[in-house]
Design a protein around this ligand. Structure first.
Ligand code: HPA
Length: 269
């Protein structure tokens, strides 16, 4: 794996001039942030050695380098999900490569279903913790060049980045909530009892991504900021049929606010 990470990193470095300091992973319906990236250099996933190719609708597969909020960034437009059939090493491979490219912080976005009864559709939730209900991406022999065998997860989401996000949101009159993201494999959305279960075990939202990437980032000591758009509610009395199209639509509506928060954070980093 180490060899493949180095091979991919070398390929990117010889094909792209930019040297990013921030990595960004964009979730369902949230790829529009890339429009704000200036001086773009773009690599299709299909052209990058060892990169899996994204298949899901609403996720185009491109790595975009450029300037955002005055910082050099690399953004993944489209991520890899476990439910697509990739193994966890493939799902998290791009995060490894970002670290090897020199990224100092990782910003992640996603769409999720709210199970906290105080949440509303369209809310932005700053993720402060997670519960991993997917296979752990670090299963198997540990590669010590990447990180320790038993990584600490007591503060998976960086406190300073969370505080900065709240400050920026307040200054721009954007309502944010904060909470714990439950990561499941999907691809089914939840039954009412599953939503209830996720609430009982301590979750505020549930979704099908992010946790593998965050675990791998923390393994490598990379600080993480993650934000989730609540696209539907798994709250008793408010549960309606969920579709991928609806998730994408709500994501796009909330996207401007999320983009503003991320861009302002980058300016102030
Ligand atoms: N459940 C799981 N994943 C999701 C949901 C949901 O309700 N909404 C968006 N992604």
């Amino acid at each position: 794996m180490l060899e493949r990470i180095k091979e991919t990193t070398a390929f990117i470095e010889s094909n792209v001039k930019a040297r990013p300091e921030i990595g960004i992973i964009l979730g369902t319906g949230l790829g529009g942030l890339v429009k704000d990236i200036k001086n773009q250099e773009v690599l299709e996933y299909s052209s990058i050695p060892n990169f899996p190719v994204s298949t899901v609708e609403g996720h185009s597969g491109r790595l975009i380098f450029g300037d955002l909020g005055g910082k050099k960034v690399v953004a993944m437009q489209g991520r890899f999900h476990y439910y697509e059939g990739y193994d966890m090493k493939q799902v998290t491979f791009p995060v490894r490569v970002m670290k090897f490219l020199g990224v100092k912080n990782l910003f992640v976005s996603n769409a999720s279903g709210g199970v906290n009864p105080d949440f509303e559709i369209g809310d932005l939730m700053i993720i402060n913790d997670h519960i991993n209900l997917m296979p752990n991406p670090l299963l198997g022999p540990n590669i010590k060049e990447l990180g320790t065998r038993f990584p600490d997860m007591s503060q998976a989401y960086d406190r300073d980045l969370m505080a900065l996000a709240k400050k920026v949101a307040q200054a721009n009159n954007i309502r944010t909530v904060e909470g714990c993201y439950v990561g499941t494999t999907g691809p089914t959305f939840e039954t009412p009892k599953e939503y209830q279960y996720f609430r009982i075990i301590g979750g505020d939202t549930v979704g099908m991504s992010t946790v593998p990437e965050v675990i791998v980032a923390r393994h490598m000591g990379l600080p993480v900021f993650a934000i989730s758009i609540i696209t539907d509610l798994g709250v008793p009395g408010k549960i309606v049929e969920v579709t991928h199209e609806e998730v994408q639509k709500i994501g796009q509506q909330a996207e401007k606010k999320m983009t503003l928060i991320m861009e302002e954070m980058l300016k102030q980093l």
